[in-house]
Design a protein around this ligand. Structure first.
Ligand code: SF4
Ligand code: SF4
Length: 272
């Protein structure tokens, strides 16, 4: 990368990491507990079986035989080499990476191959401003939430734009040394897991998902409920919302506005 300030978001620190582009959230059951079990057993299997490069094949065979690889989106590959990188299970990442294998990069065995895996920087690297990605790194210490939020560009940029519009400037990462402000913003990003209007039927993950070549986009028919398109539509879609009546749309908007309105006076109290 030519920009020396370019932040690589995949493995930012010891508290979390992201594995979204390796298919982490693309299993039909991508719940936290299911992914934890999957990643845990892969790491154990890899540590037990892979003593030299030839053993990777045995690992792959056993993993493919052991797991259910039913996918949410067929076009996104679910890589069998994604596991936990640390004993505390805080970091997800590539079991074939050289740092896991005494300096030997084994990714040539993988579906994408070494070059693609090593050279891939997802759109979040380009479309989430660095100050915003630094805020995410600062406040989120949970691999499951981190990957979901980080890869949802609309969820992140729309929110920080709404806050910046009200405050008259972009938020700086240092602001989030303040625990109250951190908690308000975390309440918002936690909705990625707890949003009450999340569609149960489709179990979607956000408005779209980048699969390497295209975006799949969901849609809310506001006209059906006699409403204009919500000014919060980008966020509402990112939270995988579905509504059964206009009252639910109003309630969803109120929750988001309340979070934003809660942030502003707390910020002013501390920084004006
Ligand atoms: S989705 Fe983006 S941030 Fe996450 S591991 Fe892939 S390239 Fe890195
Ligand atoms: S081989 Fe490539 S796709 Fe698979 S986990 Fe490693 S980096 Fe991800």
């Amino acid at each position: 990368m030519s920009d020396s300030n370019f932040i690589i978001l995949c493995q930012p620190d010891e508290e979390k990491s992201c594995g979204a582009c390796c298919g982490l959230y693309n299993y039909v059951d991508s719940s936290r507990s299911s992914l934890e079990r999957r990643l845990r057993s892969r790491t154990k299997r890899f540590q037990k079986l892979v003593k030299n490069p030839d053993d990777v094949e045995i690992y792959a065979k056993e993993t493919l035989a052991d797991e259910d690889f039913a996918k949410r989106y067929e076009v996104i590959y679910c890589c069998e080499y994604l596991g936990f990188l640390d004993n505390e299970e805080k970091k997800v990442g590539c079991l074939l990476h050289l740092e896991q294998n005494s300096g030997l990069d084994l990714r040539s065995c993988s579906f994408y191959g070494q070059e693609l895996c090593a050279g891939h920087f997802c759109p979040s690297h380009h479309f989430i401003p660095q100050s915003q990605s630094q805020i995410l790194i600062k406040i989120i210490d949970d691999w499951y939430l981190y990957g979901l939020v980080l890869t949802d560009i609309d969820l992140v940029t729309t929110y920080f734009r709404l806050l910046a519009d009200r405050l008259g400037g972009e938020l700086k990462p240092e602001v989030f040394d303040n625990v109250s402000l951190k908690n308000i913003v975390l309440e918002y990003f936690d909705w990625k897991l707890t949003w009450p209007f999340r569609s149960q039927e489709t179990n979607r993950l956000g408005k779209y998902y980048f699969d390497g070549s295209q975006y799949m986009i969901s849609y809310i028919d506001y006209a059906k409920f006699g409403r204009e398109v919500s000014p919060l539509n980008a966020i509402i879609l990112s939270l995988s919302s579905s509504f059964i009546n206009a009252g639910e749309i109003e309630a969803a908007e109120k929750l988001i506005w309340a979070n934003i309105e809660n942030f502003i006076p707390t910020y002013r109290l501390n920084f004006y």
